[in-house]
Write a protein that binds this ligand. Structure first.
Ligand code: AMP
Ligand code: MG
Length: 276
């Protein structure tokens, strides 16, 4: 258990490349590595938040490299909430969120990475994907839109694409927010009941819920095939929102610390310069 101010090791949520990953081994309601219960963990998050903001400022100032954070989850898995919580207080100027919906006719007339590549973060920026190209091996698989051969080819294309990005100076971090089927039911019920949440409820989500087991297989295979040294997957137990937020903060701060962005040198020697 990390002490206050101490950084938790992100290795505990990392899917080690080529490790025969089993999603069933991840308990969605567990809180491994948390600095304590809800109260202590929320308290500890404040400091990590400040670190995230400071690192983002350096990334922006350096204007050389970028960070892409991909979020995937089942419906009601907490993608929107995580993005809202974790990036509160980060300078919006340097952050761009893209929410990927079912592809348009124009998007479908191109290869599946076309719309995604257009939204990758420019240097100095943090790009956040709320859903992503992974839908093209998840929902596309579960709905039988692609053959098994095409799906496996897409894993390869995705790995190549992410290698292209990392080679161009973009750090790629992928996060699956893993909730249990029971927790999803709770959250969908809450959406129905609460006037301020009802707008999010879509009857179609219930049809997807019926295919829960197929989605779990699709997630497991996709993550196992695409967690690489350069673009790793992290699977975050996400039934408890306070824990999920704290873990995602740890993962982002770790990624930015590895980038280690630096304030650029001033353009010329400023010694002795006085503003009058
Ligand atoms: P939401 O995130 O709740 O706004 O829902 C977005 C919807 O778009 C979900 O039902 C996704 O499955 C769907 N979606 C996103 N990307 C794709 C894709 N590449 N292919 C098919 N459906 C997609
Ligand atoms: Mg939805």
């Amino acid at each position: 258990m990390p002490r206050m101010g101490e950084r938790a090791s992100v290795a505990q949520w990392l899917v080690a490349p080529g490790s025969g990953f089993r999603l069933a081994d991840v308990d969605a309601s567990a809180t491994p590595g948390a600095p304590g219960g809800k109260e202590a963990t929320v308290a500890a998050s404040g400091e990590v938040h400040a670190t995230l903001g400071a690192l983002q400022e350096r990334l922006w100032a350096e204007d050389a490299r970028s960070l892409l954070v991909v979020f995937q989850a089942m419906d009601a898995g907490g993608k929107d909430g995580t993005i809202k919580k974790v990036f509160t207080g980060v300078n919006p100027q340097g952050v761009e969120v893209t929410s990927f919906k079912a592809p348009t006719d124009e998007e479908l007339a191109h290869d599946f990475l076309w719309r995604v590549h257009a939204k990758t973060p420019a240097r100095g920026r943090i790009g956040i994907f709320n859903r992503s190209h992974y839908e093209d091996v998840l929902v596309a698989r579960v709905h039988g839109l692609i053959s098994d051969d095409e799906r496996r080819a897409r894993y390869d294309r995705i790995n190549e694409f992410e290698r292209l990005l990392t080679g161009a100076g973009t750090t790629v971090v992928k996060v699956m927010l893993h909730i249990s089927r029971d927790e999803q039911a709770e959250r969908l019920r809450r959406r129905l009941e609460r006037p301020d949440k009802r707008w999010k409820f879509r009857k179609g989500d219930l049809a997807e819920r019926e295919r829960w087991d197929e989605y779990m297989v699709a997630f497991e295979d996709a993550i196992a095939a695409t967690s690489t040294e350069l673009a790793p997957w992290f699977v975050v137990p996400a039934d408890k929102k306070w824990y999920r937020d704290w873990v995602v903060l740890q993962i982002l701060v770790d990624a930015l610390q590895k980038i280690d962005p630096q304030f650029p040198e001033p353009e010329e020697d400023l010694d002795g310069v006085v503003v009058r």
